[in-house]
Design a protein around this ligand. Structure first.
Ligand SMILES: Nc1ncnc2c1ncn2[C@@H]1O[C@H](COP(=O)(O)OP(=O)(O)OP(=O)(O)O)[C@@H](O)[C@H]1O
Length: 303
């Protein structure tokens, strides 16, 4: 299979602030590619540029050999997308909205198929203004998929979905990918992306810092330890002094990429500083470990 999307050296500034710096990557046909990065890294900006929604300052986007820009949308005929919040007409039913978005070709079949695939049958004929957050989100995803696009761009698709809906969505996307559909998906739910994606792009400060297969990235994550302590601030100060590589996740210390002896050194530093250690747990190699190891210097949110 070939490449469906090529993003070539994309630069983008908002006013004086440059948010994308020479972003380069590609998406292969039939692959699910996860785009991950801290808040403000530039994920939505990349997706909007791919959809020709915002002008860029340099570089280019190519979908199946056709360029995309703010004035050139031809290549987007075969692209479905959900960016930020689903656009919903409150007084139309979900079914009417899907009919509005569906191309003429096989319209009824495509609408019925996606309603069934997304499990929306029970409420699809009610006005969308009565939908819950998760129902609206599902409708937004259904709109992105209804025309069987070759490439699908989804920004935080799992927002508001319950665990069963997340699993159903994963099964649906994996099934579509096995038939050749390509996906670029951003999410902060790394554990879900781990189950869903073939490839991962890690974005930090508007630059791709890693493009790898999920398997390779998980293996590169190294061993991490989660340490629960009674005083987080004191623990952070002690570990910074001891030059331990760590991050804070869910109010616990995560020691990253730990070489032999480093766990001992970190525990010693904590005990010496008078920090009470509640639990220490070794984590499996995972995407979260790899992600944190690559962006751990950057805990602060960008303005
Ligand atoms: N229209 C805009 N005008 C000015 N600055 C913007 C605009 N859109 C985005 N930015 C800035 O560009 C940077 C990247 O934003 P973007 O929304 O792409 O990040 P993100 O990685 O999607 O973040 P998040 O994970 O929080 O959704 C941020 O610093 C943001 O403030």
């Amino acid at each position: 299979m070939g490449t469906i999307l090529t993003v070539d050296h994309l630069d983008k500034s908002f006013g004086a602030k440059q948010v994308l710096h020479g972003v380069d990557f590609f998406v292969e046909e039939g692959h699910i590619v996860a785009l991950v990065g801290p808040n403000g890294a530039g994920k939505s900006t990349i997706m909007k540029a791919i959809l020709g929604l915002i002008p860029v300052d340099g570089g280019g986007i190519d979908i199946k050999g056709q360029p995309v820009s703010i004035t050139s949308h031809q290549a987007l005929r075969n692209v479905g997308a959900l960016i930020e919040y689903p656009g919903i007409y409150p007084f139309l039913s979900g079914r009417q909205q899907l009919q509005l978005f569906a191309n003429q070709h096989n319209k009824q079949t495509n609408v019925d198929t996606i309603i069934k695939a997304m499990g929306m049958g029970k409420y699809i004929d009610r006005p969308a203004k009565s939908y819950s957050l998760g129902m609206k989100q599902k409708l937004g995803i259904a709109q992105a998929l209804v025309n069987n696009p070759q490439l699908v761009i989804l920004d935080e698709p799992m927002n508001g979905l319950d665990p069963q809906a997340v699993k159903d969505l994963r099964d649906l996307l994996r099934n579509l990918a096995s038939h050749g559909t390509s996906f670029l998906i951003s999410s902060h739910i790394l554990s879900e992306l781990e189950k869903l994606a073939d490839d991962v792009l890690i974005l930090n400060h508007g630059q791709i810092v890693k493009h790898a297969t999920m398997k390779a990235l998980e293996a590169a994550g190294g061993i991490t330890y989660k340490i629960a302590v009674d005083n987080l601030d004191q623990a952070k100060a002690a570990l910074t002094m001891a030059k331990s590589k760590f991050s804070v996740v869910d109010d616990a210390i995560t020691l990253l990429d730990t070489a032999p002896g480093e766990l001992n050194a970190a525990l010693y530093a904590l005990v010496n500083a008078g920090v009470a250690i509640n639990t220490v747990a070794q984590q499996a190699h995972d995407l979260e470990g790899a992600f944190l190891a690559m962006v751990h210097d950057d805990q602060k949110e960008e303005a």
